[in-house]
Design a protein around this ligand. Structure first.
Ligand SMILES: Cc1cc2nc3c(=O)[nH]c(=O)nc-3n(C[C@H](O)[C@H](O)[C@H](O)COP(=O)(O)OP(=O)(O)OC[C@H]3O[C@@H](n4cnc5c(N)ncnc54)[C@H](O)[C@@H]3O)c2cc1C
Length: 507
């Protein structure tokens, strides 16, 4: 089941176990059960600290990871290979007593939860965002006996997961709780357990306060801290869009990395410096007085700073047509890498004929029965090489001059209506899913009219990253800089921090 290289790595990790662990295994006679038994037995054979017991769990095949005589509530329904293998090993180590790397304040927030929370997360083994959620909820489950978490592989439990159209899909006590990548901090904040305003009371005025947690923010904060400035970061999560990215091959000097690794590296680099990182909170408004710039957070806290760098990035742009919001996660999707496998042998459309739309269509053509790409203009805007690749595939169709008018469906997507912009005729296609790939919207609504923004909502900055308000700078995808890329965001973050430094020594 495991190749020799993986076994060697695993053997080293199993040496780190601090106590005994019991796998409770519930299997039948099907192929997935056999695979699960093979995996569990192979791993238990590698350590005398692990024993396996037969059990009757809610789902079969599944197994739970427990301490002797004490159920932790961590369960894997489906074989945790692929991207979930790390989640399995991590759960094993944490259940054995290995201390998590989370900050003590976060561990305390988890332990303080005093009501029963039973989480279930539907995943696919090819989803790169899923392990973060699985690992976060497993950790919460290990640390708090009131919390349980079951990872459910949609491919193993096809019938149960029939209505799940986006992974990870998280349920709490039977109700939809969240979807997409969530860290422990995100989950605590969604549970109303995020940092309390009192934790921020009495903070001294900052020299530089950075809002956002993506590459631009990391770079701004590091540059500011390296100038010896009193620096803080306010972010709902660290990593930004990088968290939603699969492979990255254009961060110059790093030949290839993944979004998840880069997000971890950004956080580690930030933590090398004396930077006050305030995670799990969002900036809600900003106000400039004669004394300071005041930033109000969503937990009610108000922070004061001499300069502010806004680097709140961007999110997937929505079509804004009827059906899109109502059917989100019920067939309307934005991330082909994550959700593509849920549309195996189904008919899908991709809206958008730029590079990301055409790449998505090519990717989906390998999984889905048919892919229809809808482009608003008369021609696709993607690179020629991508268009040629798309056109060479037998199960793809391209429709140009198509303005999407509605996504139809009740409980799940059943089709899409578009208008032919030339003939003005409405057409309808029957579909199981729609992937929206029409670019990004800046996360700048919270600024109101404090700083000048263009008609797309992007913050207008000069070449030094300065906005029209003295002392307020901006960087990255939330600004009107033409190109939106990691390396460009990092560069503009550095520029904004150096400009803030310059401003501080002159004012
Ligand atoms: C699927 C995908 C693939 C990509 N692939 C590549 C690639 O291969 N190479 C490349 O160079 N670029 C790639 N990009 C683009 C790249 O990720 C972005 O250009 C880059 O992340 C922008 O960085 P940023 O710091 O400006 O903003 P973001 O990464 O968007 O980060 C902004 C952060 O601020 C937070 N935030 C927002 N509002 C608030 C608030 N009010 N309070 C607190 N925090 C807030 C957000 O949650 C987020 O964490 C990709 C993007 C996507 C979506």
């Amino acid at each position: 089941m495991l190749n020799q290289e993986l076994k060697n790595q695993l053997a080293q990790l199993l040496d780190l176990m601090e106590g005994d662990v019991v796998f409770k295994l519930s299997t039948g006679s099907d192929e997935s059960s056999q695979k699960m038994e093979d995996l569990v037995n192979e791993v238990s054979d590698m350590s005398s600290r692990i024993t396996v017991e037969k059990a009757d769990l809610k789902r079969s095949p599944s197994f739970s990871v427990n301490r002797p005589g004490e159920d932790t509530g961590v369960t894997f329904a489906g074989v945790p290979l692929g991207h979930e293998f790390n989640s399995f090993v991590l759960a094993l180590l944490q259940v054995s007593g290995r201390a998590p790397k989370e900050e003590q304040s976060v561990i305390d927030q988890i332990k303080a939860i005093d009501k029963p929370l039973n989480f279930e997360t539907y995943i696919s083994l090819t989803c790169q965002k899923c392990p973060d959620v699985v690992q976060a909820l497993n950790l919460m489950s290990v640390l708090n006996p009131n919390i349980t978490h079951t990872m459910i592989d949609g491919a193993t439990f096809k019938e149960e997961a029939e209505d799940i159209m986006a992974v990870p899909s998280i349920f709490l006590n039977g109700e939809q709780f969240g979807s997409g990548r969530m860290t422990v901090t995100d989950i605590l904040s969604a549970l109303g357990q995020g940092p309390d305003a009192s934790e921020f009371e009495g903070k001294e005025i900052f020299d530089v306060l950075v809002v956002g947690g993506g590459p631009a923010s990391a770079s701004s904060a590091i540059y500011a801290a390296r100038k010896g400035l009193r620096t803080g970061i306010v972010a709902d999560r660290i990593g930004g869009q990088v968290n939603d990215t699969q492979d990255i091959e254009n961060l110059i000097s790093v030949k290839k990395t993944t979004g998840t690794s880069l997000a971890v590296n950004l956080e580690e680099h930030i933590n090398e410096y004396n930077i006050d990182v305030m995670k799990g909170v969002r900036a809600e408004s900003v106000n400039k007085t004669d004394e300071s710039i005041d930033l109000t957070l969503d937990n009610g806290a108000v922070l004061h700073t001499k300069t502010l760098i806004v680097s709140t990035g961007a999110r997937w742009r929505q079509l804004g047509v009827p059906g899109e919001q109502e059917l989100a996660n019920k067939g309307v999707a934005y991330c082909p890498h994550c959700d593509g496998p849920l549309f195996e042998d189904k008919h899908v459309a991709v809206v958008g004929g730029g590079n990301s739309g055409v790449e998505a269509a090519i990717d989906l053509a390998g999984i889905c029965k048919s892919v229809t790409l809808l482009e608003f203009g008369a021609e696709m805007r993607a690179d020629q090489v991508l268009q040629e690749r798309l056109n060479s595939l037998s199960n793809t169709t391209v429709i140009t001059n198509a303005a999407t008018k509605e996504i139809t469906g009740d409980e799940r997507v059943t089709g899409l209506t578009y208008e032919d912009t030339q003939s003005k005729e409405q057409q309808h296609i029957e579909l199981d899913g729609v992937f929206v790939q029409i670019g990004l919207s800046p996360n700048t609504e919270w600024l109101g009219d404090t700083v000048n923004r263009n008609r797309m909502g992007e913050i207008e900055v000069d070449r030094l990253g300065a906005t029209n308000v003295p002392g307020i700078f901006a960087a990255g995808d939330c600004t009107d800089q033409r190109y939106k890329q990691i390396i460009i965001s990092m560069g503009s973050g550095a520029t904004a921090a150096l400009s803030a430094f310059d401003y501080l020594i002159r004012n």
